[in-house]
Design a protein around this ligand. Structure first.
Ligand SMILES: CN(C)C(=N)NCCC[C@H](N)C(=O)O
Length: 272
């Protein structure tokens, strides 16, 4: 199958203040040392890679006291130029929402929506084809899904996450193309597994090993798939299907429970 890359527009946040000094997911161990310089170096490489691949990357200013702000994908969901800004589940991240809201306003987005229900942006909302796959179970409130459907104007498919290690949808499922995904079935309830199998019978399925290194926290432009380099099984499966996997080391950020996709918010459409 021949595939083509489409240039993307991303928002990222440099991990200037990155550390793990609280724990809101099973990956975060405040007693384990983090290396801020290493986190910045790994992030810089990811940022440079997106630009080398021909994508546009904008930056939001990192704020002191918000060590998880590097995970820009959680800040909002942007579809057709409308920004639905996150409302974070945990107090530790709550102040990121106004920073993202402000960024969108300053960039000229006229439809910047303050969410009524808890939602963690693209951590749990993944637009694919004409629909939005939406996670719930740990972070995003199930009631937020109807709000996302109304604000973003696309049908939402609810998927229930059941394994706390895969607390956001984008830790267990990645969008590869217009109608192609890869996912880790064990992260989902039996009902949601049925939904995914019915919608995407040809999906790439991840092994326990590839899921555990956050191989599904990947960013695809339709051809090149940037993913953690340790996810070698997924990379082989992607290659066999005509994608070009590009492995990268972001292990320092994994200490906070995030990886490639978590650092990358896609800006879809011109500001509306
Ligand atoms: C995929 N995305 C966006 C994420 N999974 N984000 C990582 C968030 C990590 C943070 N310590 C937290 O627990 O919120």
């Amino acid at each position: 199958m021949s595939r083509t890359a489409r240039p993307r527009h991303y928002l990222m946040c440099r991990p200037t203040h990155f550390t793990v000094d609280y724990s809101i997911n099973p990956w975060m161990e405040p007693a384990k040392p983090t290396d801020a310089a290493r986190a910045v170096a790994q992030w810089e490489r990811l940022h440079a890679l997106f630009r080398e691949l021909g994508h546009t990357v904008e930056l939001i200013e990192p704020l002191p006291g918000l060590p998880d702000m590097v995970f820009a994908a959680n800040g909002a969901t942007v579809v057709d130029g409308t920004a639905l800004v996150a409302r974070f589940r945990h107090r530790e991240r709550a102040d990121e929402a106004p920073a993202y809201r402000e960024w969108f306003r300053a960039r000229g987005y006229r439809t910047v929506v303050r969410a009524e229900f808890t939602n963690e942006g693209e951590g749990d909302y993944l637009p694919v084809g004409g629909r939005i796959l939406a996670g719930t179970g740990f972070r995003t409130d199930r009631r937020a899904h109807a709000e996302a459907q109304r604000v973003l104007g696309r049908p939402v498919v609810t998927l229930e996450l059941v394994d706390p290690r895969y607390y956001h949808l984008d830790t267990a499922l990645a969008v590869l193309g217009d109608d192609e995904i890869m996912y880790y079935p064990a992260a989902f309830s039996p009902e949601s597994r049925g939904t995914l199998a019915a919608l995407y019978p040809d999906a790439v399925l991840a092994s326990d090993e590839d899921a555990a290194v956050f191989g599904l926290n990947a960013v695809s432009d339709g051809l090149r798939v940037v993913l953690p380099e340790a996810a070698v099984g997924l990379a082989a499966q992607l290659r066999a299907r005509g994608f070009e996997p590009v492995g990268i080391d972001v292990t320092e950020l994994l200490k906070a429970g995030g990886s490639v996709k978590c650092c990358t918010l896609e800006l879809r459409g011109a500001p509306a």
